[in-house]
Design a protein around this ligand. Structure first.
Ligand code: ZN
Length: 367
């Protein structure tokens, strides 16, 4: 009996890392050129660690184009590696299915890809401190925009004094996160961990949150006590030396792949209009019933959004937060557009100057 293509993909050495028929099709032309498929488990100063069917390969990235940070290889990418080359190169990044992008805090307002090919964007929020709903909304906008499915995990649930308080906190977050599962978890008491493990056992998950959000405790709960052993594996680099590599992408014992991001204090939005819309889907739905198509929900007559606030069905905080993120997103888009325009202009001027110099040289030769 012939093997089905599905079982062929699941028998692949990279199946545990998320290799499937889609990636196999995408990769096929590079396989014909003798390249190996691999998934990036770590990126570090222009080099990346790639897990391939022949083991871990440290590769240079030739497609690093500083002018376009979005094209820089990142953890979670699938690449085509020239494993026999010297130096070895990751020659090609396969087209990303999803990408978690934030804007860097720098003045240049560039996009930075935090993780690629993510199915679940897990936002970790600690219940040990007061909830910051605005921050959750911001993470959610980023998560929706990535193309992955957001999930909010409320960690340290055992620190909440009683069940009633806990259910109120969960409700608060649920009204902040329409269409998103909100899961209280106590890593120490083990509550909620099984549900979480089941969710992340399919596909690739990324953990997001500020430091102190309980990400490492959650990771330990998924991986077991030997997380450090799993992360620091000794690998042979191209020159035969042994190096200890920290991986930011791990295969979970119960199935699934986990990408850890360093605790990020601020996540700036990056062209996340659709993501913001999804976080505030109830406001956008209400807005469809406003009398005016371009209603700004300020003082317009027949405004359904203001009516909902009046009735108490929409918290005013949500509208304020929505406005704030929409404004921020417009600002970043405008700034980026301005920067791209400035760079194009500079290129054009440079070419113009080169052209003039060449003309001058020609004239000089003619004289
Ligand atoms: Zn309105």
């Amino acid at each position: 009996m012939p093997l089905s293509s599905a079982s062929a993909a699941s028998a692949h050495p990279l199946a545990a890392y998320g290799w499937d028929d889609g990636w196999a099709r995408e990769f096929a032309p590079y396989g014909e050129r003798g390249l190996l498929p691999g998934r990036v488990v770590r990126v570090d100063r222009g080099q990346c660690d790639v897990v391939t069917p022949v083991g871990l390969v440290r590769a240079d990235t030739e497609f690093v184009t500083p002018r376009d940070p979005m094209r820089v290889v990142c953890t979670g990418d699938w690449v085509a590696v020239d494993a026999d080359g010297d130096p070895r190169y990751a020659r090609r990044v396969l087209e990303r299915r999803t990408a978690l992008v934030r804007s860097t805090s720098s003045e240049r307002s560039e996009g930075q890809v935090l993780a690629a090919n993510v199915d679940h964007a897990v936002i970790c929020v600690s219940l040990a401190v007061e909830l910051d709903l605005g921050r959750i909304e911001r993470f959610l906008a980023l998560a929706w925009e990535s193309g992955g499915q957001p999930l909010v995990v409320l960690t340290k649930a055992d620190l909440v004094p009683d069940v009633t308080t806990l259910s109120h906190l969960v409700q608060d977050v649920e009204t902040t996160a329409p269409g998103v599962q909100v899961l209280p978890v106590s890593s120490t008491a083990g509550e909620g961990v099984d549900v979480f493990r089941a969710i992340v056992s399919g596909g690739t998950s990324v953990l997001l949150g500020i430091s102190g959000a309980g990400k490492s405790t959650l990771t330990n709960a998924l991986i077991g006590e030997h997380v450090m052993d799993v992360r620091a594996t000794r690998d042979v680099d191209g020159k035969g030396r042994h190096t200890t590599t920290t991986r930011n992408l791990l295969v979970l014992p119960g199935g699934g792949v986990l990408i850890d991001t360093p605790g990020v204090r601020g996540v700036g939005l990056w062209d996340a209009e659709a993501g913001v819309g999804q976080v505030f889907s109830e406001i956008e739905e209400l807005a469809e019933h406003c009398r005016f198509h371009d209603c700004a929900h300020g003082a317009e007559p027949g405004c359904a959004v203001l009516a909902a606030i009046e009735e108490g069905t929409l918290p005013e905080r949500r509208l304020d937060s929505y406005r704030k993120l929409v404004r921020e997103n417009r600002r970043i888009v405008a700034k980026t557009d301005a920067r791209l325009r400035a760079e194009m202009l500079r290129d054009w001027k440079l070419k113009g100057a080169q052209g003039k110099a060449a003309m001058a040289a020609k004239r000089g030769n003619l004289r």
